[in-house]
Ligand binder design. Structure first.
Ligand code: IPM
Ligand code: MN
Length: 363
């Protein structure tokens, strides 16, 4: 197969970790006789510096024509001025919208040998293996109006709008049911909402219930978001597929990331309705850890989250399941053999490149 991949290295540790994921993809290409071509573009703070926009037109155009997009991270203290017109994060929100990436998939798997790195007890973590399906282009982050208003008394009121359309709710729930029914999962959907308070959540719950009837082999549970937050740290192994709206998903996925022991380990995929030249979903793949400005440029960031994101890219945008698993198995084996970056050990940690080398020897 020939596939064209846009690389948006971004800011902070983004360039360091995306470089490593590209090396892994090249190794997969060699081993399985595929030709992957890579093209760099700007997003986030570096894009603001170079063009004034966090998501330049050239990036949108290139990404729209590609088979998949690999992203490092965006943001950093340099662009943190709350008064700034554009922020690096705007680039991320805008590319999700531009590419219609409505579904964010964040798998959380606890490797037993890394349980020590998590603040939770190993017996609580045992067997934890779930995927969060977060709605990504609706809800509070995009709803209009979103503005500040001057009041007659001289004070200020800020407004964000929480809006969900039935079709947005429907498509993300459907994706969750499809995933849960697949052979990689255990057939349980936890639909997370706040239906005791929010109208959008009541719409969500209604659709989940109706859709659930079409998937008799899948068990549907409705879980209130506050309860879900608690269960994630009390009994995380009970979850299989957890599906929720944008804001809840943003918060719960950071909470869930703690289970794995390090944010640096976790991948994500954002996919939508647009098909690429292979007939699969055009997707954007990124580690969940962010730009980590405190360690940027030191060559010590953990590349595993980005490397596993590359595996998701092969699976979801190119249909290359065997190749995806070959990366995942190599990562798992490297970790089992003791390969550790600085986020996971204090004694002789591997550098970003050495960690990748350890993984590459197993591919
Ligand atoms: C994430 C990030 C983004 C989000 C920010 C940077 C806009 O926190 O991917 O979870 O909230 O979606
Ligand atoms: Mn987030």
């Amino acid at each position: 197969m020939t596939a064209h991949i846009i690389v948006l290295a971004g800011d902070g540790v983004g360039p360091e970790v995306s470089r490593e994921a590209v090396r892994v993809l090249q190794a997969i290409g060699t081993k399985f006789h595929h030709t992957f071509t890579f093209e760099d573009h700007l997003i986030g703070g570096c894009a603001i510096d170079a063009t004034g926009s966090a998501l330049p037109e050239a990036t949108i155009a290139a990404a729209g024509k590609a088979d998949a997009v690999l992203l490092g991270a965006v943001g950093g203290p340099k662009w943190d001025d709350p008064k700034a017109k554009t922020r690096p994060e705007d680039g991320l929100l805008a590319i999700r919208k531009a590419l219609k990436l409505y579904a964010n998939l964040r798998p959380v798997k606890v490797y037993p040998e890394l349980a020590y790195a998590s603040p939770l007890k190993p017996e609580i973590l045992a067997g934890t293996d779930f995927i969060v399906v977060r709605e990504l282009t609706g809800g509070l982050y995009f709803g209009q109006p979103k503005e500040r208003r001057k009041r007659a008394d001289g004070g200020t009121t800020a407004v964000d709008t929480l809006e969900y359309h039935d079709y947005e709710v429907e498509r993300i729930l459907r994706l969750a049911f499809e995933l849960a029914g697949g052979k990689a999962r255990r057939g349980i959907v936890a639909s997370v909402d706040k239906a005791n308070v929010l109208e959008t959540s009541r719409l969500w719950r209604e659709h989940a219930a109706v859709l659930g009837k079409h998937y008799p082999s899948v068990t549907l549970q409705h879980v209130l978001v506050d309860t879900a937050a608690m269960r994630l740290v009390m009994s995380p192994s009970q979850f299989d597929v957890l599906v929720t709206e944008n804001t809840f998903g943003d918060i719960l996925t950071d909470e869930a990331a703690v289970l794995a022991g390090s944010m640096g380990l976790l991948p994500s995929a954002s996919i939508g309705e647009v098909k690429n030249s292979k007939g699969f979903a055009l997707g954007l793949y990124e580690p969940i850890h962010g730009s980590a400005p405190d360690i940027a440029g030191k060559g010590i960031a953990n590349p595993v989250g980005t490397i596993l994101s590359a595996a998701m890219l092969l699976r979801h945008s190119l249909g290359l399941e065997e190749e995806a698993q070959s990366i995942e198995t190599a990562v798992e084996t490297a970790l089992r053999q003791g390969a550790r970056t600085a986020d996971l050990t204090k004694s002789n940690p591997l550098s970003t490149a050495q960690m990748t080398d350890a993984i590459l020897t197993l591919i």
